[in-house]
Design a protein around this ligand. Structure first.
Ligand code: MTE
Length: 341
């Protein structure tokens, strides 16, 4: 099991019980698990057993769904809350993945035929060894763990998602960074035949594809930066970024790039998609910050998806660094967060 040194189990970035989504598929799952005599949900149940049980709940859309596979993993106790988790059907049906359309339901509807096998992920640039990973390597090279993180979109909605994956730092350490390594650039697959949004400016929201993102090396090596290969115990569905995507929970969701084919370590700051599209609205850093508003809307509060109805949606206060300040504030000591937004 992976513990972060010197950090107690009640660390503030843990998802709080008060953030709980009432009535959810998650509760149903727990009820069924208990009814099956499998005891409490959590560390006592191996991931693959939970994953098998999750099959009972199926996919939100039953039309020839993309096949997801149960994963073997351990639960990271620092991020192991089960109570606040957003219902799986919301996580899989309310998405931003402009390669499959700009509507929230477009990715779930348009990505079911997405083919991820074969897949190739290259780690190169300022590294001692270039790595080339195939689909199998993504789940086998590094031991998988489950971490429940909050995801805060720049559009002022949020979710709480149990990801399965491994720290980005573990992969970068396998490649070995050179002395020139300052930034890490990420690139999504470019395949207009499979991703209709890449063919049409209208459907793809005007983004210049492939979608690209970036972090500083210090951000990339922070333990919170995570490469996810699954959610809810199974491999990622295409709408959530199959077969591998980044999760950077203290930054706005657009930094968490999906369906990655290349991780390039660089000596210069790489271009990033939303910054290229509207640099006055979306910065390179994109740290969650309730005090720095988007030019067109406030970032002070957020709507937790899956809580309340359309007209009674629950709004909660947004926290600086999405509540993960104890882990990451050090990275921005002395930095003017208004200027470097
Ligand atoms: N990655 C790619 N390649 N294309 C995208 O359009 N959208 C981003 C991010 N990663 C996006 C992407 C945005 S704006 C958000 S909020 C998150 O994915 C949403 O992740 P989710 O759909 O799994 O909740």
């Amino acid at each position: 099991m992976t513990f972060i040194k010197g950090i107690s189990k009640s660390a503030p970035w843990k998802v709080k019980e008060s953030e709980v989504t009432p009535e959810s598929v998650f509760k149903d799952r727990r009820r069924i698990i208990q009814a099956m005599g499998l005891g409490a949900v959590g560390a006592s149940i191996p991931g693959y057993v939970q994953a098998g049980i999750f099959d009972l709940f199926g996919s939100p859309k039953s039309t020839t769904p993309f096949k997801t596979i149960p994963l073997a993993f351990h639960s990271n106790p620092l991020f192991s809350q089960q109570e606040g988790v957003t219902p799986i059907e919301k996580v899989m049906s309310h998405n931003n993945f402009y390669e499959f359309g700009t509507g929230k339901s477009d990715p779930a509807e348009n990505a079911q035929g997405f083919n991820v096998d074969p897949w190739k992920l290259v780690v190169d640039g300022e590294v001692e060894r270039t790595l080339t990973l195939d689909l199998d390597d993504l789940t086998k090279l590094i031991a998988l763990e489950e971490r429940t993180y909050r995801l805060r979109c720049v559009e002022a909605w949020s979710m709480v998602i149990p990801w399965v994956g491994f720290p980005l730092a573990s992969l970068l350490k396998k490649a070995g960074l050179t002395d020139k390594a300052k930034y890490v650039a990420f690139e999504t697959l470019y395949d207009p035949e499979q991703m209709p949004g890449q063919k049409s400016r209208l459907m793809g929201g005007g983004i210049h594809y492939p979608y690209v993102e970036g972090l500083t090396v210090a951000e990339a090596m922070n333990d919170l930066s995570f490469l996810s290969v699954g959610l809810y115990g199974k491999t990622l569905p295409p709408q959530n970024g199959a077969p591998i995507r980044l999760v950077v929970p203290w930054k706005y969701g657009f930094k968490s790039i999906k369906s990655i084919v290349r991780i390039r370590v660089m000596d210069k700051q790489p271009p990033t998609s939303w910054n290229q599209l509207a640099s006055h609205e979306y910065g390179f850093y994109a740290n969650v910050n309730p005090k720095v508003d988007h030019p067109r809307w406030s970032q002070a509060t957020e709507r937790r998806i899956g809580e309340g109805g359309l007209f009674s949606a629950k709004r909660i206060e947004t926290e600086l660094f999405n509540g993960y300040g104890d882990q990451v504030a050090e990275l921005y000591k002395g930095v003017d967060l208004r200027k470097y937004f």
